[in-house]
Design a protein around this ligand. Structure first.
Ligand code: ARG
Length: 459
């Protein structure tokens, strides 16, 4: 393809170098942003009297035609164009002649690509947030369904204290809501228009940057042209928001993988989200959860990749910055898929309440409550802790659980023990008695469910 930038240079580029230099294979994803941006630019130029009204009309109509043809597939992207910006401009000139050549007045590909990329990220943030909203809703609905389902809560992956499955899932809702708020925060900071910064040092034309910015949904313009073209903070922020979403999903993946094993058997994943083994007929593998856990690694790579690209760049634009896009595209695709798969997986899984309860019964997870029982009767916590530990040992040796230790064994260790001990260490009581704010008790669960509803309602 004939290079639009052929000013000083003569002779053709080496074919390999040309391919190496090209970004159209991936940046064509931003064609709509590019065209929308160019339409706003033409209108600004015309309003300011920099180009004639008739030229503006021809440009706008030409660009609209190109957009429609790209969308319908009638216009294939010419991969020999260097990038999407060059392709659109060349196609425009092909269609409308000289007027097309006026579009690039008072701008550069440097501010153009910053603009397009920002607009792309902004749209994707909305998409990710919408998907996260569904995920959070589905998780909260499932939590509400199992709000009294007792399960062991773990520390060090050792059974620790009783919680409910609802409480466990609501912990993830908190993470998801923070993810959403981080994404929206990124969007707010991102939403400042770089267009009009031109190559790096603005322009001598009397442009109206704010007019152009407003047309494109930005609330302000960048105040420094060198920062305008070289800022990629928004992409780093988006990548790190996505990386954290993936971290949360990866932790939940790990739990799903454990819970769906025979050893736990707390949940059964739907056949829709599992695979079989080609050799072991009994297998039902949690591949989706494993893949989400695995893909978290590549998303971290996308984040570190971009940070590394940027760290040594002098101002302003450098071609290194062309490397900013693929990682973001990859992370965006990956996270959207992961969120959707997870939403489906949570909404269709079977919860084995009996197994959760049985596991809760076997782990002495009411040992703290036993100690608290003695404390309430006046014993200092450390002494109560010791007696409770001795009783757990006795249970292990005699194959008992705390709930069926005979009263005389209790009394042997402290005469503060009475019949009411059994009620105090009943797992149901243990959960219900955890009345502290943010705990697994009924009132806290309702509060958490209300909070999710309120926050999701605000988006
Ligand atoms: N394809 C380039 C990119 O993605 C567009 C900007 C090119 N600017 C330039 N001066 N060569 O960054």
């Amino acid at each position: 393809m004939n290079k639009l930038w052929k000013g000083r240079t003569d002779g053709d580029m080496d074919a390999l170098a040309d391919a190496f230099n090209s970004s159209i294979s991936f940046d064509q994803r931003m064609y709509e942003e590019d065209i929308t941006g160019s339409i706003a630019h033409a209108k600004m130029l015309s309003k300011q009297g920099i180009i004639a009204k008739e030229d503006c009309e021809a440009i706008v109509n030409g660009l609209k035609g190109i957009l429609a043809d790209l969308k319908s597939g009638a216009l294939p992207v010419d991969e020999s164009a260097e990038d999407i910006h060059m392709f659109v401009e060349a196609e425009l000139t092909k269609r409308i002649g000289d007027a097309g050549k006026r579009l690039h007045t008072a701008r550069s590909r440097n501010d153009q690509v910053a603009l397009d990329f920002k607009m792309y990220c902004r749209t994707e943030i909305d998409e990710i947030v919408a998907n996260m909203k569904e995920l959070t809703q589905t998780t909260a609905d499932t939590a509400a369904k199992y709000k009294t389902t007792i399960m062991p809560g773990y520390t060090h992956l050792q059974r620790a204290q009783p919680v409910t499955f609802g409480h466990h899932l609501l912990a993830y809702c908190q993470m998801f809501l923070r993810d959403i708020s981080r994404l929206l925060d990124t969007k707010r900071r991102l939403n400042i228009s770089p267009i009009g910064s031109c190559a790096l040092a603005g322009t001598t034309y009397d442009t109206d940057r704010m007019y152009e910015a407003k047309q494109l949904g930005f609330y302000d313009i960048s105040l420094n042209s060198m920062d305008g073209v070289s800022d990629r903070d928004f992409a780093v922020e988006l990548l790190s928001d996505i990386a954290l979403v993936m971290t949360h999903l990866s932790r939940l993946s790990e739990e799903f993988i454990l819970w769906s094993s025979w050893e736990f058997h707390f949940i059964e994943l739907s056949d829709k989200y599992t695979t079989g083994s080609s050799i072991m007929p009994q297998k039902k593998n949690p591949d989706m959860a494993e893949l989400v856990r695995g893909k978290t690694g590549r998303v971290y790579g996308d984040l570190i990749g971009l940070l590394t690209v940027l760290k040594g760049l002098p101002l302003a634009y450098n071609k290194d910055m062309q490397e900013d896009k693929e990682g973001v595209f990859d992370a965006v695709d990956t996270v959207n898929m992961a969120i959707k798969v997870f939403t489906g997986m949570i909404g269709t899984m079977k919860v084995c309440e009996e197994n959760m309860l049985n596991a809760a019964k076997r782990g002495f997870i009411n040992a703290t409550d036993l100690a608290d029982y003695l404390v309430r009767k006046g014993m200092p916590f450390r002494s109560a802790y010791k007696i409770s530990g001795e009783l757990v040992n006795w249970c292990i040796e005699n194959n008992h659980v705390l709930e069926n230790v005979p009263l005389n064994e209790y009394k042997k260790r402290s005469d503060l023990f009475d019949d009411d001990v059994y009620e105090a260490i009943d797992l149901k009581t243990c959960v219900e008695k955890r009345i502290s704010a943010g705990g697994p008790g009924a009132a806290s669960i309702e509060r958490q469910l209300d909070y999710v509803k309120e926050k999701l309602g605000e988006i």
